[in-house]
Design a protein around this ligand. Structure first.
Ligand SMILES: Cc1cc2nc3c(=O)[nH]c(=O)nc-3n(C[C@H](O)[C@H](O)[C@H](O)COP(=O)(O)OP(=O)(O)OC[C@H]3O[C@@H](n4cnc5c(N)ncnc54)[C@H](O)[C@@H]3O)c2cc1C
Length: 365
């Protein structure tokens, strides 16, 4: 595991899939002397990543050139966006939490690389390549910095401390896929990895997602449901002009499925003439064991959704009773600025709600 090159990148605007993206993805060898600081390579800029260092090796360069039948000579050190290019890296031997020395620095293994879509852009390959790369066991290694220090070409990455109970980088690379069933043994590997303090945040996200998906598929998350479920709209709060938050509480009082902020719910609402319509809103708070789901909605001109939510929260204004519920239908700006005190006794209208797990990019890109 000999050091060949130290590479850095500057944050630049790149056009990727027609969009302007700020990224330091394009890296090249930097002039010596080389140094590792607490946050990574001295001189390197980071646009999004939380991992300190990414190490990749010449053996994997050759592996990918052969597998993809691409020209190895077109790839200079740093092409895979690695900070450290080594001669070899043994993913089957390195374990999460292993301490290593490199020159004057001390590093810790944080897990396998989980690339984002910029890799396929850099390689000129379809996005399906990202999954192939991630699960290949030839994706390189994330490292954390324990002791900063100078490094030089030819320095050996040397193992100084290892916990045989920790999962290997290879084991985790093969599990870094949010979909798909896993054995009990593999589930236990995921558990052990998540217990490692030094585990990369990126890998942690991926494994947590896998764990949640597996639990759902196995029916272990009893609070999950299929189809529509009834909820009571509660706690309306006017956040600012035209922006309202609402909470949804389970109408049957049962436990709710856990969620991540940023997931969305499909909400079936009713107009005063009782015709049903559906709107989609993102969740705007996070709790591992939620007692409610909360959304925050901007009222559009002629919005149907916001009045229906206010109706559900405060109770519908009966025809001929314009003062009921603070006079929503009389508000000059149509913004529904009603106070909690004006809540109608006949409130607690019910909406039905479908909880969708929006597929999101799990990797900070
Ligand atoms: C996955 C997902 C998550 C979403 N999360 C949120 C969220 O967290 N908060 C939120 O406020 N919205 C969110 N939306 C948008 C939301 O689904 C509704 O489209 C929006 O709230 C408008 O619904 P409405 O019933 O108030 O207006 P409508 O009755 O649908 O439309 C009323 C008028 O507003 C116009 N209009 C509708 N939507 C928009 C828009 N986006 N921009 C400009 N004009 C519009 C319509 O053309 C129409 O003239 C999300 C959408 C998706 C797909």
């Amino acid at each position: 595991m000999r050091l060949i090159s130290v590479n850095s990148g500057k944050v630049r605007t790149q056009t990727i899939d027609g969009a302007q993206v700020q990224t330091a993805y394009v890296k090249s060898r930097i002039p010596t002397p080389w140094g590792i600081a607490e946050s990574g390579i001295i001189g390197n800029e980071i646009a999004a990543h939380t991992d300190h260092l990414y190490a990749f090796d010449h053996a994997s360069y050759s592996y990918w050139a052969n597998r993809l039948e691409m020209d190895r000579s077109a790839w200079a050190d740093g092409f895979f966006a690695e900070n450290l290019t080594l001669e070899t890296l043994d993913a089957a031997a390195l374990r999460v939490g292993d301490r290593l020395t490199l020159g004057e620095s001390t590093l810790v293994v944080a897990g396998p690389r989980v690339p984002c879509w910029k890799l396929s852009w850099r390689m000129g390959l379809p996005k399906t390549f990202i999954r192939d790369f991630r699960l290949s066991g030839h994706s390189g290694v994330y490292l954390g910095v324990i002791e900063p220090g100078a490094v030089a070409e030819g320095d050996e990455l040397q193992l100084v401390q290892s916990d045989p109970g920790s999962p290997t980088v290879l084991e985790l690379a093969l599990l870094c896929d949010p979909d798909g069933e896993i054995s009990d043994l593999e589930a236990e590997v995921v558990q052990r990895a998540l217990a490692c303090e030094s585990l990369s945040q990126t890998v942690r996200m991926m494994l947590t997602l896998k764990q949640a998906n597996v639990a759902r598929v196995r029916g272990q998350n009893n609070a999950a449901w299929r189809g529509w479920k009834e909820f009571v709209v509660d706690d309306p709060v006017q956040e600012s002009a035209g922006v309202h938050s609402f909470a949804f509480r389970s109408a049957d009082g049962e436990e709710l499925a856990a969620f991540e902020a940023g997931q969305h719910v499909a909400v079936q609402l009713h107009t005063p003439d009782e015709s049903a319509f559906v709107r989609t809103w993102s969740l705007s708070e996070y709790s591992a064991s939620p007692s409610r789901y909360r959304i925050t909605v901007r009222a559009r001109p002629d919005s149907r959704g916001v009045p229906a939510l206010l109706d559900a929260a405060y109770g519908r204004v009966p025809s001929g009773d314009p003062d009921c519920c603070g006079g929503w239908y009389q508000s000059a700006d149509g913004d529904g600025a009603r106070s909690r005190e004006s809540r109608c006794e006949r409130a607690a209208a019910v909406v039905v709600l479908r909880f969708s797990r929006k597929r999101r990019c799990a990797v900070p890109c």
